[in-house]
Write a protein that binds this ligand. Structure first.
Ligand SMILES: Cc1cc2nc3c(=O)[nH]c(=O)nc-3n(C[C@H](O)[C@H](O)[C@H](O)COP(=O)(O)O)c2cc1C
Length: 379
């Protein structure tokens, strides 16, 4: 058991989940101001090994494990988070204007399943405040996740949605190593389904072209197992060469496929979407489908239930270019990163991979060979 699990977590878990998160983030922000603390954290939590080097949409990464969006919505703790061993961090979701998000309480733990239920509704301080915080140098690449401003009084229904994304994009793109567009926050009830009409994704991308995109763009999609929908989205992206990849968001609500041991009715009582191990299989199924559609034409960032090296390895085998985590950190603390990365090296050694990028590349070769065989009718 780590010090976090035996001593810090029991204290944090006595507090309301959002308060505990804010305290953690505040401590990370404070610690990050000291170069001594950053250096000590870097030594304790980082694992440098050239076999873990990889790249994401042309960005060199020291390892494939990243921090998922939502942990540091306002880029308060970028300096400290960059010292915790991640190969990249994604901040946000950030919107053009500040937003208070949904009423509290809006964050809950489900310890039986090491899960989190989140109903934040993308509260954040807005693009300009975040831009100021992203001015300095950073230790690892920083992606910025953008979302439409959540304002229940102005639900999404037309071109103003594209303008909202374009405004935050214009403010933040030159402070980002990549931009991720959150196309469906599961907890912004007023906006969640706007991009279900797929031509609207095309219209949004057409609007962003006017902002002269200069950094890789990732589309974080509403999760669907419908291969036809995924194929259509990829076809739309094909028309916009500045789109570099895809990621998959949490499903909204409490769908039947969640793998939980906690009583369903107690889960249903908590408002919001579930993160952590209960979504792992669902996200992996979508990842596999996306990989077979995109082959190696797009980067794929995969988050959902990564708490072990095996879980990260599975996502890489399914075709992920990089994996991300959030909920695992809440339960296992910052030593988790090094644990996952050293376990990943062992799994790579076992299976004869000399570099992490080979893992998902071998999946491309396997799926192209399989589709070639299917096309010729040999299987
Ligand atoms: C508390 C919480 C807040 C989140 N906020 C955001 C967000 O603002 N934007 C976003 O794109 N994803 C957000 N996510 C989704 C995560 O980025 C990630 O896709 C998801 O949690 C799956 O990873 P995990 O199982 O490791 O938590 C949030 C997740 C959690 C648990």
């Amino acid at each position: 058991m780590s010090v976090y699990e035996s001593a810090v977590r029991p204290l944090l878990f006595r507090l309301d989940a959002e308060r505990a998160h804010n305290l953690t983030l505040g401590a990370a922000e404070l610690g990050g101001r000291s170069s001594v603390v950053r250096r000590a954290a870097g030594k304790a939590f980082t694992l440098n090994d050239p076999r873990l080097h990889t790249s994401l949409a042309g960005l060199p990464l020291s390892n494939p494990l990243g921090l998922a969006a939502g942990f540091d919505k306002n880029a308060r703790a970028v300096r400290m988070l960059g010292a915790l061993g991640f190969g990249h961090i994604e901040i946000g979701s950030v919107s053009a204007d500040a937003s208070d998000g949904n009423p509290k309480p809006r964050l809950f733990r489900v310890p039986q399943d090491e899960a989190i239920v989140v109903a934040y509704g993308v509260p954040n301080e807005g693009a300009h405040a975040v831009r100021e915080r992203l001015a300095g140098p950073r230790r690892v690449p920083v992606g910025v996740n953008l979302v439409k401003t959540n304002d229940p009084a102005k639900p999404a229904n037309g071109p103003e949605v594209y303008e909202d994304y374009a405004a935050s994009f214009a403010v933040l793109q030159d402070r980002a190593d990549y931009i991720a567009l959150n196309l469906s926050c599961p907890n912004s009830a007023a906006d969640r389904d706007f991009f279900d009409e797929l031509p609207r994704i095309d219209a949004l991308l057409a609007r962003l072209v006017q902002e002269d995109p200069r950094v890789p763009l990732i589309l974080k999609l509403k999760p669907t197992r419908d291969a036809g929908v995924l194929r259509e989205i990829v076809a739309i992206a094909d028309g916009h060469p500045f789109v570099s990849g895809f990621a998959i968001n949490l499903p909204s609500g409490k769908p039947d496929f969640l793998k939980v041991t906690v009583a369903r009715d107690s889960l249903e009582k908590l408002p919001g979407a579930v993160g952590g191990p209960p979504v792992e299989d669902f996200v992996n199924a979508i990842l596999g489908t996306l990989k077979s559609i995109t082959q190696d034409r797009y980067a794929l960032i995969a988050a959902g239930g990564v708490t072990t090296a095996e879980a990260a390895y599975t996502k890489l085998q399914l075709g992920a270019t990089a994996v991300q985590l959030y909920t695992g950190l809440v339960y296992h603390g910052p030593t988790l990163n090094k644990q996952i990365l050293s376990g990943l090296l062992e799994l790579m050694e076992r299976d004869g991979y000399s570099g992490v990028a080979q893992i998902s590349a071998s999946r491309s070769t396997a799926t192209s060979a399989a589709s070639a065989r299917t096309a010729t009718g040999s299987i």
